[in-house]
Design a protein around this ligand. Structure first.
Ligand SMILES: [Zn+2]
Ligand SMILES: [Zn+2]
Length: 397
């Protein structure tokens, strides 16, 4: 059973050229659960390798504009696509029903059933193989965090033990694996605990939404395989984080350390930062930290199959090159980056713009040169100028 999370929007407050505001898609087997739905979320899905599925459930962390503005447009698109039978349920904290009352003039009549469910902190939605639990956060408004917690799985079937007990291959083994006892032909009874190993833990994925660092988050995230925590600010703006009830990267890392999670993914990044500096600050406290970009995916395998992993750009469809790669072109330097992380960020930005950027060691002691094919120089300059504060990242060559 696959479990992963596609980062559709990783920016705080407003979109930038590189990041859309908050939205995450959790994929578990064939299920698609959307968490938050900021402006442009339907387009982010369309641009991704996922496409825009007929979502049946959307979970809102809180009702600030940068988490919900994408809903009216997406709901209208579903209507225009002729959706009429498949229902949609929107879950959110207290106030979400009132919000939909106000959205009425935008939405008009929808041809499919729409259900709004208000949740309180510590509510549990039972889903068969897992539960979704809500938990309180500290954002000064009606807000919830969400934890997807899988139930324990039965232990591994011990073939040697079953052989030794004389359990024939076939139906009986299936019954034992399901947890029931069987009576063999000779009248002896074999119970499932004789042939099954200890129960194996399920996975846990936690999304905080916007919040200041909070003990309730530490508690809810305890032992999580993946904690998606907001990190709106860097340490320099700690005071501002306090005033606005947001977290710094360092604070989010401290929460992850206390909660003993396996992987921390920072999101809701203020427009003034690139991911690199937030990652540096957080990793000083909690090394297993990533700062995903839009269209990155974190895969969460069962613990025995390995650690959760950031798959860069895995949610992006195969890229088209902005120029004809068949035509050989001289590589020219477009920028010098201070360190590997910065160089890779820039390289990725250019590659996302369809430019085949490469990195080369600079002649001076440190730094890396970012090289692009000469024919793409202008497009590369445009892509870099689209950055909000390129000076943070790039020293002129
Ligand atoms: Zn907020
Ligand atoms: Zn926000």
């Amino acid at each position: 059973m696959d479990l992963d999370l596609v980062f559709l929007g990783t920016s705080a407050s407003m979109p930038t050229a590189l990041r859309a505001p908050a939205a995450f898609l959790v994929r578990r087997g064939g299920e698609r659960l959307l968490f938050d739905c900021a402006e442009g979320t339907q387009r982010q899905l369309q641009r991704s390798s996922v496409g825009l599925p007929d979502l049946e459930e959307i979970f809102l962390t809180h009702l600030h504009a940068d988490h919900v503005l994408g809903l009216p447009g997406m709901l209208k698109t579903f209507a225009l696509r002729g959706r009429d039978e498949v229902g949609l349920t929107v879950y959110g904290p207290k106030g979400v029903r009132d919000l939909f009352g106000k959205l009425k003039p935008f939405l008009g009549r929808l041809p499919y059933p729409l259900t709004i469910v208000e949740l309180a902190p510590k509510d549990t939605l039972e889903r068969g193989e897992y539960v979704i639990e809500t938990f309180p956060v500290d954002h000064g408004v009606s807000a919830l965090g969400y934890a997807l917690v899988e139930h324990e799985r039965p232990g591994r079937f011990d073939v040697a033990a079953a052989d030794a007990l004389g359990v024939p291959a076939g139906r009986e083994r299936g019954i034992l694996q399901a947890g029931d006892a069987v009576t063999l032909a000779d009248g002896s009874v074999v119970t499932s605990d004789e042939v099954l190993g200890p129960a194996r833990p399920g996975r846990k994925l936690v999304i905080t939404g916007d919040t200041a660092p909070a003990p309730s988050v530490v508690q809810a995230a305890h032992g999580a395989d993946l904690l998606v925590h907001e990190a709106t600010f860097a340490e320099e703006e700690k005071e501002r984080a306090r005033e606005t009830l947001h977290a710094t990267a360092t604070e989010a890392a401290e929460v992850a350390r206390l909660a003993e999670v396996r992987l921390l993914a920072l999101t809701h990044v203020s427009t003034r930062y690139f991911g690199a500096e937030l990652a540096r600050q957080a990793r000083a406290i909690f090394p297993e930290t990533v700062v995903p970009r839009d269209f990155d995916v974190v895969d969460v395998p069962f613990p025995e199959r390995g650690a959760p992993q950031l798959l860069k750009g895995a949610g992006r469809p195969p890229r088209k090159l902005a120029y004809d790669p068949g035509v050989m072109s001289r590589m020219v330097q477009i920028a010098t980056a201070g360190d590997v992380t910065e160089a890779e960020e820039l390289q990725e930005l250019l590659r996302n713009a369809g430019i085949d950027a490469e990195l080369e060691a600079a002649d001076s002691a440190d730094g890396l040169m970012v090289m692009v094919p000469e024919t793409t120089l202008e497009a590369a300059q445009d892509a870099i100028e689209a950055l909000s504060e390129p000076d943070d990242l790039i020293a002129e060559p």
